[in-house]
Design a protein around this ligand. Structure first.
Ligand SMILES: Nc1ncnc2c1ncn2[C@@H]1O[C@H](COP(=O)(O)OP(=O)(O)OP(=O)(O)O)[C@@H](O)[C@H]1O
Ligand SMILES: [Mg+2]
Length: 353
């Protein structure tokens, strides 16, 4: 005879794919009916038409089929009432205290910054995050490049995030990465034309109103340079470490140096430097050609007294993977560039925070 307790015990193993908590803890299990070998479970989704409902349904069926006596599982999907969503918001984000900006925050925040645009910050952010995720860590990705958002495309995460209760935003799940980007809030062709105070408000919301959950690492893709957003980030996250991305050119390294100076002024430490587009390895002869010159990143690392964490080659898979929303770390894990991203992820984990 199947008991309700047995069913609930199995349901406690089903995680909500976006909220990363057991559906039993989230108050999503509405009803359980057992009739011989037939089990019917009522599950309340956070919003109607939740894109991940099929996955929840499947996970519930799978979890219950482990009980030997179970012959058939039926899942009835419902939707939470506004009051239930509010209660859930409070549970997920108690007292609206941010896990990121709290003084005693345990989340390791890494800001990917650069002096110039187009040097590969977003590519680095997404791939290093994917590498950390593959190593089994709980990782969030915040696209703080409000004007030039691109993380949503690079991770194929364009669905609108769920908003619970009084403005608690649930990050979008991409293969267990928790992702938040302006690209989920506006269409890709919409220009964002905001002045400083609006930008500051959005960054504040991204850091404080998003239910990031039990994260270990949050990677932030910052816009290039030392503008409004960079200032907001440095004010709100004095304990964050900065990962500087540059190309081998002297000019790029010089402007990256200015970003490091700004970090230093607010007490943020520079974790290290990643040199991107360091060389192109000829597929025929195997020789590495330094197309954009060499030495800039090494010199900057020496000047700042920080490690050069990795040199990413020019890799045609990176733009195509970026457009398809498939980081090479996941799709081409043995490629030279994926190996460098993993090496950087390892250095982040081994950092004494
Ligand atoms: N190592 C690489 N090899 C080949 N292409 C690369 C490499 N790194 C980045 N790219 C490509 O270069 C372009 C710029 O990269 P990316 O968008 O990551 O830079 P960014 O610093 O975030 O730019 P922006 O300042 O515009 O936000 C993208 O099309 C990306 O796919
Ligand atoms: Mg970018």
């Amino acid at each position: 005879m199947i008991t309700r307790e047995q069913v609930m015990e199995r349901l406690a193993t089903v995680m909500d794919p976006e909220l990363h908590m057991p559906i039993t803890d989230l108050g999503m299990v509405e009803s359980v009916h057992v009739d011989g070998g037939n089990v019917r479970v009522g599950v309340k989704l956070t919003v109607a038409g939740c894109p991940l409902s099929a996955r929840i349904e499947q996970d519930v069926s799978q979890a219950l089929s482990v009980i030997p006596e179970v012959k058939d599982v039926g899942v009835d999907l419902g939707v939470m009432t506004p009051e239930e969503r509010e209660a859930l918001a409070t549970r997920l984000h108690p007292r609206r205290e941010s896990v990121i900006t709290a003084k005693d925050s345990k989340v390791h925040v890494v800001i990917c910054g650069s002096g110039k645009g187009g040097v590969g910050k977003s590519t680095v952010t997404v791939n290093v995050a994917a590498a950390l995720q593959s190593m089994g860590h709980a990782v969030g990705v915040l696209d703080a490049d409000v004007y030039g958002f691109s993380v949503s495309r690079m991770l194929a995460a364009r669905q609108q995030p769920v908003v619970l209760g009084d403005g608690v935003i649930v990050p979008v799940d991409v293969h267990d990465l928790r992702v938040m980007s302006m690209g989920m809030l506006v269409s890709e062709d919409t220009p964002v034309m905001w002045r400083g105070p609006m930008l500051h408000k959005l960054i504040d919301q991204f850091l404080n109103d998003v239910a990031w959950g039990n994260l270990e690492y949050l990677l932030i893709d910052a816009p290039p340079g030392t503008g409004d957003v960079a200032i907001s980030l440095s004010q709100e996250l004095p304990k964050a470490r900065v990962l500087l991305v540059t190309t081998p050119q002297e000019a790029a390294a010089r402007v990256a140096g200015r970003v490091a100076q700004m970090a230093g002024k607010v007490g943020q430490e520079v974790l290290g430097i990643i040199e991107n587009m360091s060389y192109f390895r000829c597929p025929d002869c195997g020789e590495a050609h330094a197309i954009f010159g060499s030495g800039g990143a090494k010199r900057l690392a020496r000047e700042l007294g920080v490690p050069l964490l990795g040199q990413v080659p020019i890799d045609p898979q990176l733009p195509s993977g970026g457009d398809l929303g498939e980081p090479v770390v996941w799709t081409e894990p043995e490629s030279e560039s994926a190996q460098v991203f993993r090496q950087v992820a390892k250095a982040i984990v081994e950092t004494n925070w």
